[in-house]
Design a protein around this ligand. Structure first.
Ligand code: GAL
Length: 704
């Protein structure tokens, strides 16, 4: 009924997966410490090392790890075994299965910086000086007490801007924390336009030998949520133009390569997004690295609203892992826990979780994403910043205004807004196929159209901004349909990252670029002369629309709105001419003829390990026009010494074609004219696309 086949109890045949990994460790490594770290396994994973039980971790999103030093076979082969069990789910969306994030084997000396959030660098900006508080937790597995020095260097990438060495002492098998402060005068700030990062290097030095070294980034910025004036970054009023996202992507599910996460963030940044909510679970850590580098602010969310030790340890793991990231501006203790959010239990739990967070990081406010309208009791009364899931959850914006008036000291954000549904390139409802019109006017009872929420938020200084549900479509939750629909329609972009029309609404009002987007496409199944509706998402002041050169009238644009025209449909072309601040902006869509040839475009991102290239595939007619309704099946092959296709997708919420194909059999049909191929590579490669009745195309891509 959720529109996808969960790997859960109903599907015992595929809910358990086993992994094995063999490796050797030499005799010379006796004395080295080995720590096995998992960034995320979905879920309930048991780990054995050489048959010795290392432990159980239930969460599908939390990082966990085991010190396996004593379990290893030195001078021979070792076997790690992991069993993942997805019989139980954690969310109501597709959650992936198995080992879907990185696994690290970390080797250290017997004295090392704790793996459990052992380094915390907290810069606080006072006028033109940053005071950087440093806390480093050190663990010793030496039997003897040791004198050691802890050296911290802050560098701007070229030179050290501050360093400090603390000479201290640790007991045999002891642990201690070294705390001190450093100063950076006139620091370069981390901002949205220039997210400058300083490198922090912590070293443990014993007898002049560096025995451990950990490097992290930090960013210097100030954040402030003001109940009257909204959010400030570095003292500058900044509306949060955010999106909520789940973690999966077309073709690859939840196992998203780091470079593909960079691709997603890049798409969001281009649209004008400045904030990202990790709904409703800790993200993969590399996503935060990307947000640090791109200048995207993050609302970092915990999975479970509970004070049970299991849940608290997840929250604490999250805070310790992520507190060094300048991008993180808010901790969220949870989302829509309907049974407790509006009562004393919810209040008590949120207070306790807030206290736990402050103990680990007192530099960011705590919020909770509630869908309980104007209620001020429960979780809402406990948090620093009240997250509001949907202004339409009781009363619309008027209810938010009333709440603000009654509680003038509590800053407010929209933790979730919109939930506008639409299928890319579809302009008629089609319940049979599970398609929703992309006009941007359909939404569930709690949701609204893009302009309905953004206009209200933009006009109210006290609202710090909001996060749209969602940036991208995701698997599961195919509201308003169900199986055989398999993914959501909420995205501003589809599963592949192809923009839907509402993308241009946001881009128009969230960036300074000229935007003049007109839709639908001009290959409609409409009779000649039939009246059709043309909508323009644009930031032009005035727009004149033409059908085959004949003016259909001119309309002026109200800020944060759109204009639309009723026009007779005549195949040919649809043209809009807008004026913006005195200059002209033009957009033309031609009626496309038969698809004749394949068109390929590529975008490459690189992570620590590999390049990932996303290739957008479409077709064009003999005049080079994009063919908007093409659905041709395209076959792909890739040549290159170190290149492989890792997934394909087309954004069709009802498509059951394979996302992953056998070697040599990669294919996908176009949906509303587009599909996408994801290639992971270390070398240059050529991708060739072929289809019956279309002229093939090849694209050469070089590795970065
Ligand atoms: C919210 C919920 C999200 C998603 C959304 C769909 O209530 O927090 O996870 O289900 O509704 O509109």
């Amino acid at each position: 009924s959720h529109g996808y086949r969960p790997v859960s109890r109903q599907y015992p045949e595929n809910c358990v997966g086993w992994y094995r990994k063999r490796f050797t460790v030499s005799q010379d490594e006796i004395g080295t410490r080995f720590y096995l770290k998992f960034d995320g396994v979905f879920r309930s994973s048991m780990v054995w090392v050489n048959g010795v039980y290392a432990g159980l971790n239930e969460s599908g999103y939390s990082e966990f790890g085991y010190d396996i030093t004593e379990m290893l076979n030195y001078g021979g082969e070792n076997l790690i075994t992991l069993r993942a069990d997805t019989s139980h789910v954690e969310g109501w969306f597709y959650e992936g299965a198995g080992i879907y994030r990185h696994v690290w084997l970390i080797k250290t000396s017997p004295i090392y910086i704790s793996h459990d959030g052992g380094i915390f660098v907290k810069p606080v900006l006072h006028d033109d000086t940053a005071v950087v508080d440093v806390n480093v937790s050190v663990v010793s597995k030496f039997a003897q007490d040791k004198n050691y020095s802890l050296k911290m260097t802050l560098s701007d990438g070229e030179k050290a801007v501050a360093y400090r060495t603390i000479d201290t002492f640790i007991k045999g098998y002891g642990e201690n924390t070294v705390s001190f402060s450093m100063i950076i005068k006139n620091p370069l700030l981390w901002s949205l336009e220039n997210p400058f990062l300083y490198k922090c290097t912590a070293e443990i030095i014993v007898d002049n030998i560096v025995l451990d070294r950990v490097e992290i980034n930090t960013g210097i910025r100030s954040i402030l949520f003001d109940a009257e004036k909204g959010f400030f970054l570095n003292g500058k009023p900044t509306k949060l133009k955010g999106v909520c996202c789940h973690q999966d992507h077309a073709g690859v599910g939840s196992a998203v390569p780091d470079a593909l996460n960079e691709y997603r963030i890049k798409l969001l940044k281009e649209m004008g997004v400045n904030a990202y909510r990790c709904s409703h679970n800790p993200p993969t850590p590399e996503l935060l690295d990307v947000c640090d580098r791109f200048g995207i602010m993050v609302m970092d969310e915990n999975r479970l609203l509970t004070t049970g030790s299991y849940g608290v340890s997840q929250l604490e793991t999250l805070v310790k892992r992520d507190r060094n990231h300048p991008c993180v501006i808010l901790w969220s203790v949870g989302n829509e826990e309907g049974s407790v959010q509006g009562n004393q239990i919810g209040y008590n739990i949120a207070c306790e979780l807030k206290r736990r967070i402050y103990a680990l990081d007192d530099s960011r406010p705590v919020c909770y994403a509630g869908n309980n309208g104007g209620q001020y009791y429960g979780t809402n009364a406990a948090v620093d910043v009240r997250g509001w899931n949907y202004m339409n959850n009781g009363g619309g914006i008027g209810e938010m205004d009333k709440y603000h008036e009654a509680h003038p000291n509590q800053p407010l954000i929209g933790s979730e807004e919109a939930s506008t549904v639409g299928t890319r390139g579809i302009y008629k409802e089609d319940a049979e196929k599970g398609y929703v019109s992309a006009y941007g006017e359909r939404f569930p009872g709690w949701g609204c159209s893009p302009e309905a929420w953004w206009k209200n938020f933009d006009e109210r200084e006290y609202l710090a901004g909001s996060f749209v549900w969602t940036g991208f479509d995701y698997r599961g939750e195919p509201t308003p349909y169900s199986w055989p629909n398999i993914n959501s329609h909420f995205g501003i972009m589809d599963m592949c990252g192809f923009p839907k029309d509402i993308y241009y609404y946001y881009k128009a009002w969230w960036t300074d670029e000229d935007v003049l987007h007109i839709f639908p496409h001009w290959n409609l199944e409409a009779a000649d002369g039939e009246i059709v509706r043309v909508k323009c998402f644009s930031n032009c002041d005035e727009i004149e629309l033409y059908v085959n050169g004949e003016s259909m009238g001119k309309k002026s644009m109200e800020k944060n709105m759109f204009v639309d025209f009723e026009v007779p449909y005549h195949a040919g072309n649809l043209k809009a001419v807008g004026t913006r601040n005195g200059h002209e902006v033009t957009t033309i869509i031609n009626t496309a003829g038969e698809a004749e040839k394949i068109r390929l475009e590529s975008c490459t991102c690189k992570d620590k390990f590999h390049n990932v290239t996303v290739i957008s595939v479409s077709s064009e007619d003999k005049d080079g026009n994009f063919v908007p309704c093409a659905s041709n099946l395209i076959k792909f092959s890739v040549s290159g010494t170190e290149a492989k296709i890792i997934g394909v997708g087309n954004g069709d919420p009802s498509c059951h074609e394979k996302d992953i194909c056998a070697e040599g059999e990669w294919e996908r049909s176009l949906f509303s004219g587009l599909c996408s191929v994801i290639v992971q590579h270390d070398s240059d490669f050529v991708l060739t696309a072929q289809s019956d009745n279309l002229i093939s195309a090849s694209i050469e891509v070089s590795a970065k």
